[in-house]
Write a protein of this length. Structure first.
Length: 107
């Protein structure tokens, strides 16, 4: 899979998730990123089963690593807050940055 660029991999993922979800992704990209991906998509003639499988496997692996990192980040934040503010204030503050928080969406 080393012959696929990041753009190539992104195109494969975007084409896999369907038009509606791909459109949602595009809403969060810069104009330049949309242009780059659009040009790459327009040039796709075929995606082999191996390319698709490899890209999805890599994506799954990256997602799992991110999830593990995110869990560790939450534990780290809680520990720092407890040490700095005490248990009660830390619990109050940590609740603001829970999994459903708007701050989480930035990362």
């Amino acid at each position: 899979m080393s012959n696929l660029t990041g753009t190539d991999k992104s195109v494969i993922l975007l084409m896999t998730i369907g038009e509606d979800r791909a459109a949602e992704v595009f809403k969060h990209l810069s104009q330049r990123e949309v242009q780059t991906l659009s040009a790459a998509m327009a040039n796709v003639t075929q995606i082999s089963n191996k390319q698709l499988t490899d890209v999805l496997a890599e994506f799954e692996q990256e997602a799992e690593q991110f999830a593990a990192l995110n869990i560790n980040a939450n534990d780290y934040l809680r520990s720092v807050l407890v040490k700095a503010l005490g248990e009660e204030r830390a619990a109050s503050l940590a609740g603001r940055y829970s999994r459903n928080s708007r701050y989480r969406q930035r990362y």
